[in-house]
Design a protein around this ligand. Structure first.
Ligand code: HEM
Length: 515
């Protein structure tokens, strides 16, 4: 056949209806195929809501998932499965089941899921924070390094930092609140204290003021980055179809944020590394401990990952716990008065000692109650199983995603009477009860001892120095008043308080002498 014969062939024009309907056919084929995939993921024998095609139960839990999961437990029992788009999740909602699964199967539940939004584009697992790393040799090295820097003797060496930062916090409340005469939003002051605790404990470097550019940069970047770690709030983690959307800019945004974070991390890490190299014994800090801890054989990427973990793990968690609690205290003067009385009985007049290791039983109880009642990470951090687990009659296969609903476990009526009431006394009656807020098992919060010690001293000093009075309406109910219900770490809505010094002259004199 000659060439010209081919060029003369004219293809039939497809009818218009065909052109219009073919994307719809493709979508239907996708949805049907995807439903088979989703059905195959379900665990036989475990109950759970049916959910919708493609999205599963994602739309039902997009606002405050922990409360919805707690409600569903009434229908499906303490352990059930839900489908968030294509992610099949086992949700654990009772204290007994959480212990049976996360403690008794600590090793089997030692990994984390890799998500599209957060993990995509990262160079290697060594560069993830400890809390977002899957289980592998690199994670084991990082956890070993962190454990050395966060055990009891290490925490003891950080007491001077706790002392300094809590005093600075009192000074800020006194100054910005004009000795109790001007209402303030305490959040930036709380954030400065929490951030400076992280930076001094990790690198021996302070963030002395909320006016500093460094403060503003770190707060902005860390808050935004934590948003990309949301368990429920990134639909493209669970619905693969959405990843095709040209409007999905999340990954580009997180890349930019990570670049900004790398800048301040590199500066902090570099300063400590050069001190250690020159044999200068600077202030005790986590980075110096892990640099000197040769047995862990950490790579430079892993050392950086430990820094990232301390910042992302320690900043917003402590800050938000304090923020919720001050709001709640302002609404409950009777709680403040009881705490004040207990502190005075325990430590006499003057500033409570930073070296006191949580010996004032009532304030320790108040710190634990704050952790229980507000549960700032309501779904803990997601886990992935690395071995099969048998739970009652069901086999939870290797590779399953499992959420611990710490919120529901902390409010389990089998464990607590009146779980929806803030009552520190419950911890005096049941001192050995579990705080589920830090998770359980091998991947439990690496810094839970440090976190409780920080909160204890913060509340000791706050409540012995100030009375908090609400200014305008304070909405501080953790069931209804969350600022961004999709976030990983829950914050309350903004509010203002008067911080009235209990002994203005005595406090001002103490701070002038002791800073
Ligand atoms: C009120 C304060 C805090 C709360 C409520 C909290 C809560 C949590 C939770 C729920 C987890 C996941 C646990 C699990 O999967 O079972 C976690 C992990 C972690 N936290 Fe905390 N945390 C707090 C403070 C801190 C602080 C101060 C640091 C560091 C200075 C820190 C560092 C970490 C690290 C490194 C992990 C990852 C552990 C792993 O994946 O193996 N946390 N935290």
């Amino acid at each position: 056949m000659a060439m010209s014969d081919y060029t003369s062939i004219t293809l039939p024009t497809p009818p218009l209806w065909y052109l219009l309907l073919s994307p719809l056919f493709a979508l239907v084929i996708y949805v049907v195929g995807n439903e088979f995939v989703r059905a195959r993921e379900k665990i036989p024998g475990l109950r759970g809501p049916r959910g919708w095609p493609v999205v599963g139960s994602l739309l039902d839990v997009r606002s405050n998932a922990a409360i919805k999961y707690q409600e569903w437990a009434k229908t499906y029992g303490g352990v059930y499965q839900v489908q968030l788009g294509n992610t099949n999740v086992v949700v654990v909602n009772s204290a007994a089941a959480a212990k049976a699964l996360f403690q008794a199967n600590s090793n089997a539940l030692s990994s984390r899921p890799m998500t599209y939004t957060f993990h995509r584009g990262a160079p290697s697992t060594a560069s993830f924070t400890i809390g977002t790393s899957p289980y592998d040799e690199s994670l084991k090295r990082k956890k070993k390094g962190a454990a050395v820097a966060l055990n009891r003797p290490a925490i003891q060496s950080y007491v001077p930092y706790l002392d300094l930062e809590t005093k600075s916090f009192l000074r800020d409340l006194l100054d910005y609140g004009k000795k109790g005469t001007v209402p303030i939003d305490p959040l930036p002051l709380i954030q400065r204290m929490s951030l400076s605790l992280v930076t001094t404990i990790n690198w021996g470097v302070r963030v002395p003021s909320i006016e500093s550019a460094l403060f503003r940069e770190i707060v902005t970047v860390e808050e935004e980055l934590n948003r990309t770690r949301s368990t429920i709030g990134n639909p493209s983690d669970h619905i693969p179809l959405l990843r095709l959307s040209p409007f999905s800019q999340v990954t580009a945004t997180s890349r930019l944020l990570r670049q900004r974070r790398d800048k301040y991390m590199a500066k902090f890490d570099g300063d400590v590394a050069s001190q250690v190299e020159k044999g200068i014994s600077g202030k005790p800090c986590i980075q110096a401990s892990v640099l000197k801890y040769k047995e862990a054989e950490l790579t430079s990427e892993e050392l950086r990952s430990i820094s990232l973990s301390m910042t992302s793990g320690g900043f917003e968690t402590v800050a938000n716990s304090v923020h919720w609690t001050i709001g709640h205290l302002a609404l409950h003067p009777e709680l403040q008065d009881k705490a004040y009385e207990q502190i005075r009985q325990f430590s006499g007049p003057g500033m409570p000692d930073a070296a006191d290791d949580q010996k004032c039983a009532y304030i320790l109880a108040l710190a634990k109650e704050s952790l229980r009642y507000f549960t700032v990470i309501p779904l803990a951090l997601p886990r992935v199983s690395i071995k099969d687990i048998t739970y009652e009659k069901s086999l939870i296969p290797t590779g399953s995603t499992v959420y611990m609903n710490a919120w529901a476990c902390n409010r389990d009526p089998e464990l607590w009477s009146e779980p929806a009431v803030f009552r520190p006394e419950r911890w005096l009656e049941q001192p050995e009860a579990t705080v589920f807020t830090f998770g359980l098992g091998y991947r439990m919060c690496s810094a839970h001892l440090l976190a409780v010690r920080e909160l204890y001293l913060i509340f000791m000093r706050l409540l012995s120095s100030f009375r908090f009075e609400a200014c305008g309406e304070i909405k501080c109910d953790p069931r209804t008043d969350i600022k961004n219900p999709n976030d990983l770490i829950m914050a309350p809505k903004p509010y203002s308080v008067l911080c009235i010094p209990r002994d203005e002259k005595g406090l001002a004199e103490y701070l002038a002498k002791n800073e």
